[in-house]
Design a protein around this ligand. Structure first.
Ligand SMILES: Cc1cc2nc3c(=O)[nH]c(=O)nc-3n(C[C@H](O)[C@H](O)[C@H](O)COP(=O)(O)OP(=O)(O)OC[C@H]3O[C@@H](n4cnc5c(N)ncnc54)[C@H](O)[C@@H]3O)c2cc1C
Length: 571
């Protein structure tokens, strides 16, 4: 019906000869498609909009998976609640009024056909965009692939969703600790918070998280702040390798004074829902692991047949073009851009991405307008102005034009600089007001239950550890994806092995279907990856598929008979 209406409208326009003129104008116009709405993408579009003026000889399309731009340097303050949830983000439509924004996940890029395909929206069909110029500004991703248990249990820290998830998770841990007063071990895990990665983002998040939990704990009658443990893991010899040794050591001293336990030369090996495992085999019991490492190239960038360095970043020249690909430009964290005078490559920072965006936009306009008003292409030439990192509690470290500053003065500079760098006066006003209120009011403790804990999840368990214990509540059913586990029953003071389970088998259904507690313990004999299905979803499935329910009940009764036999033989 909808399609038919569009066809009728179009034929009526053709009759009037309107469309012929429209098509011609459109065909002459070049389309610049920008992938990514971070610092590199948004600033490129902004500079292109300025160059576009009233000429309309090109159109700008920006594709980003969110409809907002994230000011990442302030994300850590969202975790602590020092600024409001939406203070660190700005709607892209307001920043780029003359850009056509597509809020979609990019699925693929076809360099030969010059098209970009975006994922489906409400309708189950993909969307294909043709481009004349393609700007690749997809940033990097925190990629836990290949790290045991991290994809399942570590919280990344890169965008607004991550910051909110960390904040809610931490408040949840405090709420649970306030209830679990008798289980000392569980309480210790709930009140231990681990951050992996001692670079800028790791240090900023650990500083804010530490201030937040210690301050928030005062509102919990049954939590003693001395029970709280915040740990920072870092592989290097000192944190903040981005700044001079003096500043790095200053940051270490400040964090330690505030109660952060810093473990240097320490690498993360694996994680489960209950602990982190270090490469030297030591374990830290925790229910909260935030990991800012490892940063990896974007999967779309990896999928392109374009020159990349060892770390998987696109090789761009100083004009921001990708060598060997016509009209393809790359900048920001997904690209390697040479600095002037052979001084190495641009580091992955916002200030470099913004400067690269200006040069890329200029060069794109120059190549579109060649023959009209040519203009000279520009090479990227920028020397960074400095580095800054906040340490919470009115302290920071900074290196401005090579001059090291630390403590309160650095903190004032940090706030002044980043406030002015926020896009738009409205946002600046909001953040300034939040900062002021944060000085006057107690820490915000509201937990937004955005995450559905009732969802199908992947979980990882290490050998020798229990998935659940006899007597626990039956809250989930587990399907083994990889590894093995044994089923053990405590009976008259003895432990009897009832079964050994492997990939494709499931367990935990009896307590869920019978609405009882677990009648056995499941312990891993190998590292175990499972799909865990919450009780409600399992029951929904079982009630919607009576034949499946019958199958579960048959397996349950077979297992019950095998158990009786095993118990009979051992008693
Ligand atoms: C916590 C944190 C703090 C930081 N602090 C500082 C600082 O103080 N100073 C500084 O200079 N730098 C800082 N940085 C680094 C800085 O933020 C980055 O260098 C900068 O964001 C790089 O910009 P970008 O546009 O290349 O990538 P990003 O800003 O990461 O933008 C990439 C964009 O692409 C979008 N995207 C990715 N994949 C898809 C897809 N498949 N479909 C659709 N859209 C997609 C993302 O949603 C995102 O909007 C910080 C980074 C973090 C994470």
């Amino acid at each position: 019906m909808g399609k038919a209406m569009i066809v009728i409208k179009e034929s009526a326009m053709l009759k009037r000869g309107v469309r012929g003129g429209m098509r011609k104008r459109k065909e002459e116009r070049k389309r610049v498609v920008i992938l990514g709405g971070g610092f590199a993408g948004v600033y490129t579009a902004q500079y292109l909009e300025r160059a576009l003026g009233r000429r309309g000889d090109f159109e700008i399309v920006l594709v980003n998976k969110e409809n907002y731009f994230v000011f990442q340097p302030m994300l850590a303050e969202v975790v602590s609640g020092a600024i409001g949830i939406t203070d660190a983000v700005s709607p892209i439509r307001r920043l780029l009024p003359r850009t056509d924004l597509h809020v979609r996940e990019i699925e693929s890029v076809d360099l030969k056909k010059r098209t970009v395909t975006t994922a489906q929206g409400f309708q189950p069909h993909p969307h294909v965009l043709h481009y004349d110029h393609l700007v690749l500004a997809l940033g990097s991703v925190t990629d836990f692939r290949g790290m045991r248990g991290l994809p399942e249990h570590a919280l990344p820290f890169k965008n607004l969703g991550d910051a909110l998830r960390i904040r809610n998770h931490v408040i949840h841990a405090l709420e649970e600790a306030a209830v679990e007063r008798d289980d000392v071990e569980l309480r210790r895990r709930l009140l231990t918070f681990v951050v992996a990665g001692g670079g800028f983002s790791g240090v900023e998040v650990v500083a804010e998280l530490n201030d937040f939990v210690r301050e928030a704990a005062r509102s919990y009658r049954h939590i003693n702040p001395s029970e709280i443990r915040v740990v920072l893991l870092h592989a290097g010899e000192r944190i903040l390798p981005e700044v001079t040794e003096r500043l790095g050591l200053f940051a270490q001293k400040i964090l330690k004074k505030r109660g952060v336990e810093i473990r240097l030369k320490t690498r993360l090996a694996a994680a489960t829902g209950n602990e982190v495992i270090l490469q030297d085999g030591k374990r830290i019991g925790t229910r909260t692991l935030v990991s800012t490492i490892p940063s990896s190239p974007h999967p779309i960038i990896e999928s392109l047949d374009l020159p990349r360095n060892k770390a998987g970043r696109l090789m761009a020249n100083s004009f921001l073009e990708v060598e060997g690909a016509e009209n393809v430009w790359a900048l920001g964290d997904c690209a390697v851009v040479p600095l002037a005078n052979g001084a190495g490559n641009s580091p992955p920072t916002a200030q470099h991405a913004i400067r690269q965006a200006k040069v890329a936009a200029h060069n794109i306009v120059t190549s579109i307008r060649v023959g009209i008003r040519g203009g000279e292409r520009r090479a990227f030439d920028f020397k960074d102005l400095g580095k800054m990192g906040a340490l919470g509690h009115r302290s920071a470290v900074a290196e401005i034009f090579g001059v090291p500053v630390s403590g309160y003065l650095a903190w004032l500079i940090w706030r002044a600089v980043y406030l002015m760098k926020l896009p738009g006066w409205g946002r600046r006003l909001k953040v300034a007001a939040s900062w002021l209120l944060d000085l006057l009011l107690p820490t915000e403790l509201v937990q937004l239950k955005l995450d559905d804990s009732e969802k199908l999840a992947k979980e990882h368990f290490e050998p020798g550890r229990e998935v659940f214990c006899q007597g626990d509540l039956g809250d989930r059913v587990y399907i083994i994806v990889k590894g093995r586990a044994e089923v053990l029953r405590e009976e008259q003071g003895r432990t009897i092995k009832l079964a050994e389970l492997g990939p494709g088998e499931y367990f935990g259904e009896a307590a869920v279907l019978n609405n009882t507690t677990r009648n056995a313990t499941v312990r891993c004999t190998e590292a175990l990856d499972v799909l865990s299905v919450p009780k409600r979803q399992f029951m929904l499935m079982a009630s919607a598929l009576p034949s499946e329910r019958q199958r579960f009940e048959e397996v349950m009764s077979q297992r019950a008979s095998a158990t009786t036999l095993a118990l009979g033989q051992t008693v």
